[in-house]
Design a protein around this ligand. Sequence first.
Ligand SMILES: C[S@@+](CC[C@H](N)C(=O)[O-])C[C@H]1O[C@@H](n2cnc3c(N)ncnc32)[C@H](O)[C@@H]1O
Length: 271
Amino acid sequence: MVKKMNNKNYNFSVWDVSEVYAGPGGKLWELLMGEQIHVGGSEQTDILAKKIGLDRYKDTYLLDICSALGGPARHLAEKYGTRVLGLDITPEMIKEAKKRTNGKSYEDKIEYRLGSALDIPSKDNIFDVVWGQDAWCYVRDKPRLIQEVKRVLKSEGVLAFTDWIWGSSEIPESKADYLMEFMVFPNLQTLEGYLQLIEDSGLKILEKEDLSTDFGYHMDKYVSILKENKKNIINNFGQELYIEAENGVKAWQEAANKKWVSRGLWIAKNS
Ligand SMILES: C[S@@+](CC[C@H](N)C(=O)[O-])C[C@H]1O[C@@H](n2cnc3c(N)ncnc32)[C@H](O)[C@@H]1O
């Protein structure tokens, strides 16, 4: 059954995703996760940064695909002196990222560009690092995404990303449908599926990791944060959105704890 799930495509377009992030959905995710909208916040950003040695080099040129509010971009520029190009398809996210970056001491290290992960607005062989955190799950054509990554990476450049994936246990189809509809994900990869895409593109895999235990821990945390902020969320966004969010996050909590879903990390190198 899990094989069938892995291949299933859902009818959500990039515009459905943009609508979520331009509206209350984006604000809700920020409330749960912070302005770095991925599991584990700055701690996870530091883990990924250290794994690829960002702390050892200044002025590394990094492309963050699906940069959202620019939380990781600012963290990397400030802490490691990284030069970052943040790419995102939602105009409201780009505008907000720029606003939060303006006036910072490291603002000249960061640029944000509106565009699609499937047609990266960049010349070939430009970046030392291509980076992504918990966002490529929204991108429908993942083989093309990885080919685009390969195209814009310099030779010897590094790909480093985390993403939400199908887990190691079989998931009932109705549960999978609900999870995907709640998140507006068009499809999900698996740990091995991304490995295959990376290898097919010609990049060489250096590391891959299933972070399922940490994923379950964070889903528990997000359910608690939602409940603690129930009044505030209802006041700001209404009862209907709160109920939808609580049901959705609880469904992801169940799925993470049953290992129906997971989160993975991949590091690869261009030849
Ligand atoms: C979960 S957020 C990303 C969080 C960000 N990586 C971080 O760690 O703060 C998802 C973002 O992906 C963007 N996005 C989704 N599909 C995209 C695509 N095809 N191309 C570019 N951006 C996309 C959305 O606009 C949204 O801002």
